[in-house]
Design a protein around this ligand. Structure first.
Ligand code: GLU
Length: 563
């Protein structure tokens, strides 16, 4: 650029930004290179506040957090709210609280609806207007940005012509009408108060290739950018492209981890960074979380899939640790192998590797999540289960909260039946929402409610008739002794079964089943249903012990009376 041109560009920049006096050099001083360990990663999770915390976004935040934590770097949160038309009220609260619930509160940046911390702020883009104006002015001064006066109608005409000519849409080449307006004319039009936006003056050509090393995918070759993208919009705010390049430079981000849908924008970002004289960060494009639809796969959708909202998992009562552990299985292909070898280890001990991150999207596998969750809950102590059930039910199931919190020691023992002094721990709780379904019979109110709603599940046939069941219960009530040891209790059950005509020797029963009403197992089922109204349950002896004599007898009586 010759001296005269340079002077004119400065003049244009002055008319566009008469009140901008700071320079890019000032910003370099204000936001210095971070003093951190040599290979420490500075990462960021940069959501747009357009809805709830998406499960895919939670995954992104997790990758950012792990990378920073593992390298003793910094993970920050930046709110990207430059598209104010799409903004949804209350969203920052949802996002920051969601992150907190999953243990992903950042080291720096936006930490709640109205709080942020750190020296590289503000961390909300709409509050960084001045920074973008300084950077945009810099580009105008260098002749690398220009005002575009095209009206929406003109842009539409451009678009229609491109569609007709079957060429790439956008503002480039012959379609970039304002690119060639002389600086003098631009100055005049700006001075006259004509409306404009600012566009980047790309130096690229789509006929040439550029490449970059994606932190997870390796070398990616892609056509250069030749679009004169908008950098400052009509509302004075930057576009995502420009804001990202300026922010990640001045926030000293080392690794930009984001969804793979951004790969095609990398040439724009490299072009912009180059024009600004910034060294670009390492780009890491993480896989998307997919779901099956018919034969094909698609992105987990905000509108179609309930699992897209992380609150779905919280409300259902999945322990957050289980959800995070599940996300680790998507994160690195060798995670599950590591977990099998290190069953009790903390997730922090797992060495995350960027190059082990899958590049294809990952199918959301609820079965796997359920298995992880079951396993995790089965390893919790009864006290831990009780605490988590109380916290969850207080918020999401008041009726359950009321019965469980009535007698805390009793409730703890309920959860102990499943896990303490047993040969094999039952893995039947996936999420806290399942508690009611699995444990209602320990709580009188819930048991009565169950009977009222569905009645006893006894099935009768020509051998095990109503009368037989009634008689079995009657005999059992008479013989019941709450002081029986487990062996005595079992012996008594057999005795009562035999009296009615059930066979207590499995071999004999199998040899000639027609001879008997049924086996001890059938008799035990009659007892079990009276106590739990379920066909399967943990040890009935343990349940009766916990219910106590009165309640046990009450249940036998009401079962007898109601059939
Ligand atoms: N604000 C962008 C989004 O929500 C984030 C992209 C990025 O991480 O750079 O899609």
């Amino acid at each position: 650029m010759d001296k005269e041109m340079e002077r004119k560009c400065f003049e244009l920049a002055h008319y566009i930004f008469p009140d901008v006096h700071e320079t890019v050099e000032d910003l370099e001083v204000k936001y210095p290179v971070r003093r951190i360990k040599k290979d420490a990663c500075v990462t960021r999770y940069a959501p747009s506040p357009t809805g709830f915390l998406h499960t895919g976004a939670l995954f992104m935040a997790l990758v950012n957090k792990i990378m920073a934590k593992q390298t003793e770097g910094i993970y920050f949160v930046r709110i990207e709210d430059t598209d104010q038309k799409r903004e949804v009220e209350g969203c920052v609260k949802l996002l920051t609280e969601g992150l907190k619930e999953f243990g992903l509160t950042p080291d720096e940046g936006v930490i709640s609806e109205n709080e942020e911390k750190g020296y590289y702020g503000p961390y909300t883009q709409s509050k960084r207007r001045e920074i973008y104006r300084i950077c945009a002015k810099h580009l105008v001064e260098k002749g690398l940005a220009y005002p575009c006066f095209c009206t929406p109608e003109m842009l539409k005409a451009n678009h229609d012509a491109q569609e007709k000519n079957k060429v790439v849409p956008g503002y480039y080449g012959i379609y970039a009408k304002c690119r060639n307006i002389s600086i003098d004319e631009s100055i005049e039009r700006v001075k006259a108060g004509e409306k404009f936006i600012l566009r980047f003056r790309s130096q690229g050509s789509h006929l040439r290739k550029t490449s970059f090393i994606d932190g997870a995918r390796g070398k990616i070759e892609i056509a250069e950018n030749d679009q004169d993208v908008v950098i400052i919009k009509g509302d004075g705010l930057p576009t995502y492209h420009f804001a990202h390049v300026c922010d990640d430079h001045f926030m000293r981000t080392t690794h930009v981890v984001r969804g793979e849908e951004w790969i095609s924008s990398v040439p724009i970002h490299l072009d912009l960074a180059n024009a600004m004289g910034f060294e670009p960060p390492v780009y890491v494009h993480a896989p998307l979380i997919l779901v099956k639809e018919g034969e094909s796969k698609r992105k987990l959708s905000k509108r179609k899939d309930k699992e897209a909202d992380v609150q779905y998992f919280i409300k259902a009562g999945y322990p957050v640790e289980a959800v995070i552990e599940y996300l680790y299985t998507i994160l690195n292909s060798d995670f599950e192998m590591w977990r099998n070898k290190n069953k009790e280890a903390s997730l922090d001990e797992f060495k995350f590797k960027l190059n082990k991150m899958s590049s294809a999207g990952s199918l959301l596998d609820m079965m796997k999540l359920n298995d992880i969750s079951k396993e995790l809950i089965s390893r919790m102590s009864s006290k831990e289960v009780l605490d988590k059930v109380l916290t969850w039910s207080k918020k999401y199931d008041e009726a359950l909260y009321e019965v469980v919190s009535k007698d805390l020691e009793y409730s703890r023992k309920v959860f102990a039946v499943e896990r303490e002094n047993v040969k094999k721990i039952r893995k039947d709780i996936i999420k806290w929402e399942d508690i009611k379904e699995n444990f209602y019979y320990f709580f009188n109110e819930l048991f009565e409610e169950n009977i009222k709603e569905s009645g006893y599940i006894y099935e009768f046939n020509e051998k095990i008739t109503k009368d037989i069941i009634k008689k079995s219960l009657e005999n059992y009530i008479e013989s019941y002794n709450e002081n029986h040891t487990k062996d005595e209790w079992f012996a008594n059950m057999k005795e009562q079964a035999e009296k009615i005509g059930f066979c207590t020797d499995m071999k004999m029963y199998k040899a000639d089943p027609d001879k008997y009403i049924g086996s001890t197992a059938d008799f035990a089922k009659i007892i079990r249903i009276a106590i739990t109204n379920k066909e399967n349950s943990p040890d009935i002896y343990a349940i009766m012990q916990l219910l106590g004599k009165n309640e046990t007898l009450n249940r036998f009586k009401s079962a007898k009376e109601s059939i």
